[in-house]
Write a protein of this length. Structure first.
Ligand SMILES: [Zn+2]
Length: 100
């Protein structure tokens, strides 16, 4: 298992993991459970990280991850339900409405 990189928050980490899995890469999120229970750990130790389970997929995962990080991070508010959407989602995670 190899560490791919850090995500700025859990929502984005989950999105990236899902998108990597869509490409057949066995990715998962680590450390997010430390949020809120971190104690004396420096803040950057609490950020979610993306790990790749299968080392043979790592090079491909690195390329895909670079693409994800370049993706614009839209922040927008859903007009249907008022939910605030962050992290490049094209659809409201609450009600499924497309980005305006
Ligand atoms: Zn919505």
């Amino acid at each position: 298992m190899k560490r791919l990189g850090q995500a700025p928050n859990i929502a984005i980490a989950q999105l990236w993991v899902d998108m990597l899995r869509d490409q057949g890469i066995d990715a998962n999120m680590q450390r997010y459970f430390l949020n809120g229970a971190a104690g004396d750990l420096p803040p950057d130790q609490c950020l979610p990280e993306i790990w790749v389970q299968d080392d043979t997929q790592f090079d491909r995962a690195k390329l895909a991850f670079a693409d994800l990080q370049r993706m614009p991070q839209h922040n927008w508010v859903c007009q249907a339900c008022g939910e605030r959407i962050e992290g490049g989602f094209q659809q409201c995670w609450n009600c499924g409405t497309d980005m305006p």
